[in-house]
Write a protein that binds this ligand. Structure first.
Ligand code: ADQ
Length: 485
């Protein structure tokens, strides 16, 4: 896309792919931790177009032009980013309020964590309108495909379609969609479903989430469902509801894992955390109550109690990306997790050895990959997770094919990573036994399992995901594929 041209593809998300932040080292440009950006960003680099997102970095305003836009990535510009500014009140009502204290817990079935205020909902709708208006401005009168990301923007499709019924609009819901018996708790269920059904296409990671969504549309709105169960008709508008399991750029992880820089970092980490001669376990999570972090620590407690032969022989490294710390439930969780880590280290640690190393910060990919590559086992314990990209990143980075993936059956990724070891995070003893099994697993079995998973992630990568969503949208909108390029 050249300057002045209208974009063929307009992507909308809450988090932006590049954030400019003022730090003590000056202004830095960072890629935020989070699955959505990780998956979508390489795709945007390939396709070009325009990405509209909330500019929440402290130095963001210094890097945009008069239309609040900039070209990214900074080192090799490939597409445009338009930043939308939110007031403090909008941030509180829309982002911290309705999106993250209502829709997020609702979709992950954490009913006790639901917080609702009328102003949250009003703020949510107002911000959705703001983003939808930006989409309409950017499209002008020209054709464009609109691809909205996630639960932050359930109302935007309706606003866009009311003004421009001809624009093909798709929304990808990155988190689970709960069964009707849970979704019915939502006080805005009718309006949310009606707004979403303005889309031509709604994507979820799994068929199960599609089925839940379709059942909600039928039960709540009396919408008609097509014979295949994946098309909904409501007030004359047809919406295809399809699963597109999100994938990662596996080649990028493999390449990075094989680099000299990674080798050097592995040696540095080995020295820093005294890992030589010890087995290494790894956890990498956003600090979120859906990720089952306390459950994981409880299982480690059982493991060291039940299997003392691993004292001083096994180190567990837990990387935590701070997240949504303005919400009390997240602050409480952080405190609980850090306390439990300390307790484990006091109870089991010795002068020479610390059983749990906690890295409480967001790491960039160059620092995550060495950990992925060197870990003998990866422990992924969400109690609910739409997909979980960390599982796939680990597998892709395992170029020595020695590691074992232990994966919660409640992560969407579990449906694809069939050669992992299945765990139930609520069963601490079962997880402890699985850790032992992984540590004692013969090399041939480890190799066989991880190789099968690696084959999967290299055959199904971010491009496959993107092409299938784009292909579907193009065929629904009766547009040729190259219209999106
Ligand atoms: P998330 O809940 O953010 O994503 P996930 O899919 O695991 O969960 O993605 C996390 C991403 O953040 C990964 O790319 C990982 O590398 C990165 N990350 C995690 N911890 C980090 C740390 N300490 N430092 C730096 N980076 C870190 C949501 C849904 C998921 C879904 C994705 C994509 O909740 O279910 O898989 O969107 O759709």
């Amino acid at each position: 896309m050249n300057a002045g041209e209208k974009p063929n593809l307009i992507v909308v998300s809450c988090r932006e792919p590049y954030v400019h932040k003022r730090t003590s080292r000056g202004v830095v440009c960072e890629r935020p931790a989070g699955g959505l950006v990780t998956a979508l960003e390489p795709a945007m680099q390939r396709l070009g177009g325009l990405w509209i997102a909330w500019g929440d970095g402290s130095a963001d305003r210094d890097f945009v032009d008069a239309e609040d836009k900039l070209w990214v990535p900074p080192e090799a510009p490939a597409y445009q980013l338009r930043r939308i500014w939110l007031t403090q009140e909008e941030r509180e009502m829309f982002y911290l309020g309705f999106a993250n204290q209502y829709l997020w817990p609702l979709c992950h079935m954490f009913i006790d964590a639901l917080r609702f205020k009328r102003v949250f909902w009003q703020g949510y709708k107002a911000v959705n309108e703001k983003f939808a208006t930006a989409v309409l401005e950017e499209a002008g009168g020209a054709p464009a495909a609109v691809w909205i990301q996630d639960y932050h923007f359930a109302c935007a499709p309706h606003v866009i379609k009311s003004a421009r019924p001809d624009l093909p609009v798709s929304l990808f819901w990155h988190i689970p969609w709960p069964p009707w018996d849970i979704f019915r708790f939502c006080s805005q269920k009718t309006e949310l479903l009606e707004c979403l059904l303005a889309c031509d296409l709604i994507g979820f990671h799994l068929d199960r989430y599609c089925e839940n969504f379709v059942a909600c549309a039928r039960e709540c709105l009396g919408a008609n469902v097509g014979d295949d169960g994946f098309e909904v008709e409501y007030r004359g508008q047809c919406t295809a509801v399809k699963s597109f399991p999100i994938e990662i750029d596996s080649q990028l992880f493999q390449k990075l894992a094989a680099s000299q820089k990674t080798e050097n970092s592995m040696q540095r980490l080995e020295r820093k955390y005294s890992l030589a001669g010890r087995k290494v376990g790894l956890g990498v999570d956003r600090l979120d109550y859906t990720k089952g972090i306390p459950e994981k620590l409880r299982a480690l407690d059982v493991f060291f109690t039940r299997y003392p032969q691993f004292i001083e022989k096994f180190v567990f490294i837990q990387v935590l990306a701070p997240s949504r710390s303005k919400i009390q439930a997240y602050r409480v969780l952080t405190e609980r997790v850090l306390q439990k880590v300390e307790e484990l280290n006091i109870r089991f640690g010795t002068n020479e050895w610390k059983p749990v190393v906690c890295i409480n910060s967001s790491l960039d990919r160059e620092n995550l990959v060495p950990l992925y590559r060197m870990a003998d086992l990866m422990l992924i314990t969400p109690v609910q997770d739409g997909m979980n990209l960390v599982a796939k990143e680990y597998v892709a980075s395992q170029i020595d094919e020695k590691g074992v993936l232990l994966l919660s059956e409640f992560a969407g990724a579990h449906e694809e990573m069939k050669h992992s070891i299945t765990i139930n995070p609520y069963d601490s003893e079962g997880v402890a036994d699985a850790i032992r099994r992984a540590l004692e697993m013969p090399e041939a079995e480890r190799k066989k399992r991880i190789r099968a998973s690696r084959d999967f992630v290299s055959k199904h990568d971010a491009n496959t995901w993107l092409d299938s969503v784009m292909g579907e949208l193009a065929s629904l909108a009766d547009l040729s594929k190259h219209a999106f390029r």
